[in-house]
Design a protein around this ligand. Structure first.
Ligand SMILES: Nc1nc2c(c(=O)[nH]1)N[C@H]1C(S)=C(S)[C@@H](COP(=O)(O)OP(=O)(O)OC[C@H]3O[C@@H](n4cnc5c(N)ncnc54)[C@H](O)[C@@H]3O)O[C@H]1N2
Ligand code: MOO
Length: 288
C-alpha cells in the first residue's frame, strides 16, 4: 500500500505526449497551443481614428488659436472605417472621420463630434484645449509585426481565440488529446434508464468520469463488461490496441470476481501501484 502523495506523484510522472494535431481555431478552446503565435502585422495596422468627429492638422489649429482666429474648418470629405486612406488637401480644412477609420493623410488630430458644431459644411470647434495627435491610436502601439502574442503551451481561452482570429490563424497546432475508453465492470450494474431490481444498482461512475474529462476537453467512450474473465481479457486486449487511456471502475479489489489485476498481469501491462492509503477508493490500481 502506498500513500496518496506517492500515488499522486506516480500518476503525474506517468504523463504521456500524444503528439500534435492541427484543428480549426474556433474548436481550440481549452486545448494546449503547440506553436508560438506572432503578430502578422502591426496593431493597429494603421494610425487608427478612435473617436467619431473631424480630423485636422494640429499646427493649423494652434496657430489659429494663438492669433485668435475663427476655429472653423471646411469639411473636405468623409473617411469611413473600411475605406482607403484619403488626403486632407488643404490644411485649413478638415475631414469627417469615423472610429476605426484610417487617419487621413496630412491630418494628425481628431476632435470629437461632441466638441464641434457642423453647419453648412463647416465644422466649428467649440473647445480650446486640444492635444496634438489626440484620439489617434498610433500604428503599432499595441504590437509590432513579429511580436510574440501567445507563447507555446498556453491553454487556449476565449481571449486567445480573439488573438488567433486577429492574426489570421484559422488553423492552429494543439496537443493531441488521448483516445479514452471508460469501462465499468460488475454484474450488479444496470443502465441509467433502467429500473434496478432490488439486488442491482445503476451504472453511474463512468458518467462522472466522462464529465470530468469533458471539462478538460477530452472526449471519451464508455462500455460495460460483465464479470467473466475470458470476456474481460479479450475485450481489454482489443482496447489496449485501440485506445491511449483505459479507465476502469470496479473489479480491482479482493472479491472472487475482481478479475482485473490478474487480467492486466496476463496481458503484460506494467503495474505502477495497486492500493492507496485512502478511503474511499483504497484498491486504486494504475498501470502503464
Ligand atoms: N465622438 C465619439 N466617438 C466615439 C465615442 C464617443 O463617446 N464619442 N466613444 C468611443 C468608444 S469609447 C467606443 S468603445 C467606440 C464604440 O464604437 P462602436 O460601438 O460604434 O463600434 P465601431 O466604431 O463600429 O468599432 C469600433 C472599433 O472596433 C473595430 N471593430 C468593430 N467590429 C469589429 C470586429 N468584429 N472585429 C474586430 N474589430 C472590430 C472597428 O474597426 C473599430 O476600430 O466609439 C468611440 N468613438
Ligand atoms: O467604451 Mo470604449 O471601449 O472605452 O473604447
Amino acid at each position: 500500500m502506498i500513500s496518496v502523495e506517492e500515488a499522486k506523484s506516480i500518476v503525474l510522472n506517468s504523463t504521456q505526449d500524444f503528439g500534435v494535431e492541427e484543428i480549426p481555431f474556433i474548436k481550440s478552446v481549452g486545448r494546449v497551443l503547440k506553436e508560438t503565435i506572432v503578430a502578422d502585422r502591426d496593431f493597429p495596422p494603421f494610425n487608427r481614428v478612435s473617436m467619431d468627429g473631424i480630423a485636422i492638422d494640429f499646427n493649423e489649429f494652434s496657430s489659429r488659436l494663438s492669433s485668435n482666429r475663427q476655429l472653423d474648418f471646411k469639411i473636405e470629405g468623409i473617411q469611413a472605417a473600411g475605406s482607403k486612406q484619403i488626403t486632407l488637401q488643404n490644411p485649413e480644412n478638415c475631414i469627417e472621420v469615423m472610429t476605426g477609420a484610417v487617419l487621413p493623410n496630412n491630418a494628425n488630430t481628431v476632435i470629437r463630434y461632441e466638441d464641434v458644431t457642423i453647419e453648412n459644411g463647416i465644422a466649428t470647434i467649440n473647445i480650446d484645449l486640444i492635444n496634438d495627435k489626440q484620439n489617434v491610436h498610433k500604428k503599432g502601439k499595441d504590437g509590432k509585426i513579429g511580436d510574440v502574442l501567445i507563447e507555446g503551451n498556453t491553454q487556449i481561452s476565449a481571449a486567445e481565440i480573439g488573438v488567433l482570429a486577429t492574426v489570421g490563424k484559422s488553423i492552429v497546432k494543439v496537443a493531441k488529446q488521448p483516445k479514452v475508453m471508460i469501462v465499468s465492470t460488475g454484474d450488479e450494474l444496470v443502465g441509467v434508464n433502467e429500473i434496478p431490481l432490488e439486488h442491482q444498482i445503476r451504472r453511474s461512475n463512468v458518467f462522472t468520469l466522462v464529465s470530468l474529462l469533458e471539462k478538460l476537453n477530452i472526449p471519451s467512450e464508455t462500455t460495460h463488461i460483465t464479470d467473466d474473465k475470458p470476456i474481460l481479457k479479450a475485450k481489454i486486449e482489443g482496447y489496449l490496441q485501440e485506445y491511449d487511456v483505459l479507465l476502469f471502475s470496479g473489479a480491482v479489489s479482493k472479491g472472487k470476481y475482481d478479475f482485473l489485476p490478474e487480467v492486466f498481469d496476463e496481458l503484460g501491462v506494467e503495474k505502477l501501484f495497486h492500493k492507496v492509503a485512502q478511503r474511499p477508493g483504497k484498491p486504486f490500481f494504475m498501470d502503464a
